[in-house]
Write a protein that binds this ligand. Structure first.
Ligand code: F1P
Length: 346
């Protein structure tokens, strides 16, 4: 519903309408660079946004953790925009990053859920997400709506810059509209993840690997395991694994391979084969209609097929479910993860 509400807020009569945001076509057209700053899950949305904005809208994107950005001296190019993604709109590091951009007269865009929050008030443009007031401490709904916000900016950017034609624009929006239903389908498959999570509830380490957007998905899947299930996990760009970390793979170590991007499929499969030869137990996560992962993985999970730019919205669901069910299997309180607050204001 949250995803549906966010789409409905900005897609009207078959076109993206940013009048509420103030982000005009002229502003989008003039953008030569976007700096994305955020913390935690919102940063992982930014990682997806980088891939989508660069590939679809040809806008160079730099992404920084807000806690890093605010304490270095970033060089901000002209005709750029600083985009701060924050559910609460109160995260101290994200707010400080926003103020740094303002001090340097760089326009700012807040992608925020809480209306009237500090980041919303201080940003030049505000794109509200519609995740609703009832959000979990460990982000799930807010993450999904932030993704929609970034897809919309990329699609509109691609259109106003003449990179995609009307037909492609319409096709992308049509597919975007199918996401709520497909997310529901992925959620309906929860028993499979519940069964798998109960088997791996006592895992010592879990590795998530993927390339491109699948790397960004891996980062968020890994964070969920840490923050709500307290299982040590790492996300690795699949091609980077061989530069040292592969030594940590032992007999029975769970490795989750994320494979939603067709042209990167074979490459990631070869990394999965590498870890299997070191004894890893493999879970493969992909979309229906891509190649089959059964030959490579010991346990396969499929989500509905979608446009590859939108793959995160679906592939993240089984990983969120996995974090949730591992937490439940360990007898933890999923709604009250230790050491985590809805907004980190110090
Ligand atoms: C950022 C964040 C969340 C996380 C938790 C702590 O918050 O890292 O992603 O789930 O709530 O804070 P925000 O800036 O998006 O409000």
């Amino acid at each position: 519903k949250a995803v549906q509400d966010t789409i409905a807020a900005y897609v009207k009569d078959g076109a993206i309408d940013f009048s509420e945001v103030g982000l005009t076509d002229e502003v989008l057209q003039s953008l030569e660079r976007i700096y994305i700053v955020a913390c935690g899950s919102a940063y992982h949305v930014g990682m997806v946004a980088k891939y989508v904005l660069e590939d679809l809208a040809h806008i160079p994107v730099e992404i920084d953790l807000a806690s890093e950005f605010r304490y270095r001296n970033p060089y901000l190019a002209k005709n750029s925009l600083v985009m701060v993604i924050s559910q609460s709109g109160e995260t101290a590091d994200s707010l400080a990053a926003l103020r740094l951009a303002k001090d340097r007269n760089v326009p700012t865009l807040g992608v925020v859920n809480v209306v009237g929050s500090s980041i919303a008030r201080e940003s030049d443009y505000v794109l509200y997400t519609y995740a609703g007031p009832e959000i979990s401490v460990a982000t799930t709904k807010a993450y999904s709506t932030q993704l929609i916000a970034t897809y919309l900016i990329a699609i509109q950017g691609a259109k106003v810059k003449g990179i995609i034609d009307e037909a492609r624009y319409d096709a992308l929006l049509k597919e975007l509209n199918t996401l709520p239903e497909k997310i529901q389908k992925a959620l309906d498959d929860k028993e499979r993840m519940q069964w798998f999570a109960s088997k791996y509830a006592n895992a010592k380490d879990i590795f998530f690997i993927g390339r491109g957007i699948d790397y960004a998905i891996s980062m968020e899947g890994s964070l969920k395991m840490k923050e709500i299930s307290y299982v040590h996990s790492e996300a690795y760009a699949a091609g980077e694994l061989k530069h040292g970390t592969i030594s940590l793979i032992e007999d029975g170590t769970l490795v989750v391979g994320v494979l939603t991007q067709k042209e990167l499929f074979e490459k990631t499969v070869s990394n999965m084969v590498e870890v299997r030869s070191r004894g890893a137990y493999l879970m493969g996560l992909t979309n229906y209609g891509n190649y089959s992962v059964e030959d490579t993985a010991d346990f396969s999970v499929y989500v509905p097929k979608t446009e590859q730019y939108f793959a995160t919205s679906l592939a993240i669901i089984p990983l969120q479910l996995m974090g949730y069910y591992v937490s439940v299997a360990k007898g933890l309180d999923v709604d009250k993860p230790r050491n985590l607050a809805k907004s980190v204001t110090v």
